[in-house]
Design a protein around this ligand. Structure first.
Ligand code: ASP
Length: 358
């Protein structure tokens, strides 16, 4: 090759490399350090009634989910992608009341609710009482991205899930012995009829499974994630089986935008857990963001005000996690425990279960 040709080739290569680098920098401005906060439900979760093995299992799951979300954020992925990745892990984990391991309604069915919201454009998607989608959080996202609607419920939402091409499972996929026996105990205690064991469930074990934590703790275990990505966008997602032994098509706060789930780049992103009726009445998630936006409260002040003052005043129980576009992370709960974890770019992951942990 002639010398001039070589130089030209080298030059055009260099220009191409520079152009490519500029283009990818334009797509991914690395201005915001990322952060993520996760919850796995709040409730009567007490040290005295949790054995070390169960304690370790919860902490391991929270670690795995936080890592999955953090990895997405670290490579420049969106807060929505991070939320989906982390929630998939929690939905597949039978320890949590979301996806597999969901609580049973009084009729012996698993009815799943989920919501997701994008703080950058206030788009949101949610589903309630769905029965066949392996990952309800992805269905909520599909409602946001592939429909003109915000909330789909029941058989229509199940149908949309097939249309959106999401993974379908037999309802027995969500069955766990622990939740089933917990339902049977509660129905008997309340003098309500016990439905037949669900079709497709494994045969009943000869001895009842040991209760994990206190009996009441089984009513909780909803999962939620809030995240801040490198583009500076916040988002929130929540997924749940709702409350144990729910009846009459009951839907809680998780799929109600503004109650259990909310996100806005103007203020913050919030995911809640607890007895949903109180969270709906207070529009808890939006209330937290309103206090930040209009009263100029810090994120921690806002979550504490809503949980310890407003929620407690109406005798509600539960907690929230929250994140703000400037990187503030917060959680607050008025129950003995809340499964939780958080991590910010360059920082250590923090995990907690009980209310005597930071
Ligand atoms: N908030 C959920 C509901 O009421 C339950 C929970 O968080 O434990 O459906």
């Amino acid at each position: 090759m002639k010398k001039t040709g070589k130089i030209r080739n080298l030059l055009s290569g260099a220009i191409m490399v520079t152009t490519l680098a500029a283009a990818s920098a334009a797509q991914k401005p690395q201005t915001h350090p990322w952060a993520i906060v996760i919850h796995g439900g709040a409730g009567i979760i007490e040290r005295a009634s949790m054995d070390p093995k169960t304690d370790a299992a919860y902490r391991a799951s929270l670690t795995q989910a936080t890592k999955a979300g953090a990895e997405v954020l670290d490579r420049g992925g969106s807060s929505l992608d991070a939320i989906e990745a982390a929630i998939h892990i929690l939905e597949d984990d039978p320890l949590f009341n979301a996806g597999r391991g969901a609580d049973f309604a009084a009729d012996g069915k698993n009815e799943l609710d989920a919501a997701i919201m994008d703080g950058s454009n206030l788009k949101a998607g949610a589903v309630a009482v769905v029965t066949r989608t392996r990952h309800p959080i992805s269905l909520a996202r599909a409602v946001m991205e592939k429909s003109h609607h915000v909330l789909l419920v029941g058989p229509g939402a199940d149908e949309f899930s097939v249309y959106a091409g999401l993974e379908q499972v037999d309802p027995s996929f969500f069955f766990t012995e622990r939740r089933w026996q917990s339902l049977v105990r509660q129905l008997k205690k309340e003098g309500l009829p016990v439905p037949p064991r669900p079709a497709g469930a494994p045969p009943a074990p000869p001895v009842p499974v040991a209760e994990i934590e206190s009996p009441d703790a089984h009513k909780y275990g909803t999962v939620g994630v809030v995240a801040l990505d490198r583009q500076g966008n916040v988002a929130a997602g929540t997924s749940t089986g709702g409350t144990q032994a729910k009846r009459w098509g009951r839907v809680g706060d998780s799929p109600i935008i503004g109650a259990g789930t909310y996100a806005s780049n103007q203020s913050c992103a919030v995911s809640a857990t607890g007895t949903g009726e109180y969270f709906i009445r207070l529009t808890v998630a939006r209330e937290v963001c309103a206090l930040v936006e209009y009263k100029g409260m810090s994120l921690q002040q806002a979550v504490d005000q809503v949980i310890h003052t407003e929620l407690t005043a109406i005798h509600g129980d539960g907690g929230v996690i929250a994140i703000a576009p400037d990187g503030q992370m917060a959680w607050s709960f008025n129950t003995p425990g809340m499964y939780r974890a958080k991590q910010a770019e360059g920082g250590k992951m923090e995990i907690g279960i009980f209310n005597d942990e930071p």
